[in-house]
Design a protein around this ligand. Sequence first.
Ligand code: 13P
Length: 252
Amino acid sequence: MRQKIVAGNWKMNNDKAETKALIKGIKKSIKKLPLKNTRVIISPSYVSLSSAVKKAKNTNIEVASQNMHQAKNGAYTGEVSADMLKSIGVKTVIIGHSERREYFGETDELLAEKIDAVLANGLEAIFCFGEKLEERKKEDHLLEVGSQLKNALFHLKATDFKNIILAYEPVWAIGTGETASPEQAQEMHAFVRNIIGKKFSKEVADSVSILYGGSVKPANAEEIFSKPDVDGGLIGGAALKAEDFAAIIKAI
Ligand code: 13P
């Protein structure tokens, strides 16, 4: 059975005290939820990762990093390696978020290297992809997403997908309050599952979790999650409020 996953991407929000308070709030809010087949992941900033891992110990909450450098170590000022993340107990890394692509120039080719580094280190990737508004308007969204996946992931082996979670995040829906309709999300998720099935195997396609991200809120989560190829969400703004995040988890 495919894993259901709700992951919060905190982006550049929350200092030390706020991180502590939010984790406390999430723990409290999800305590009574039946989380059977659902993974709950949060991703605070680098500076709070270590304390977040400690605070989430012995809970259902997993802690992911928002990024990682592809090199083992060296003269890369300001960067963080897989070994560093592993040394504090982080096992999952978000790779290829559209904000990393847009503001920090991350290309498909770089993301292919980052994915390789994540997998070579026995970590798990949440790989993000999605089209921009102009591409959606031109009806090039499937073409664009197909190309992002091909460029960053098609060199992998089928078995690598045990450690990959996919996250479709249409750029026009991120932080805009505009969500893809459940039908638009389903269309894309089914397309992605289909091309993964053709390139790798039906088994890989059936088992890989595909999350939707972009203005998911308590009010729209249930409808989006009800679609057969949507296995959960990657949540930005609404992951910063414990009750909202818990309500989204409840909707899955
Ligand atoms: P919002 O939920 O704030 O639109 O952000 C989505 C996102 O970018 C998650 O990675």
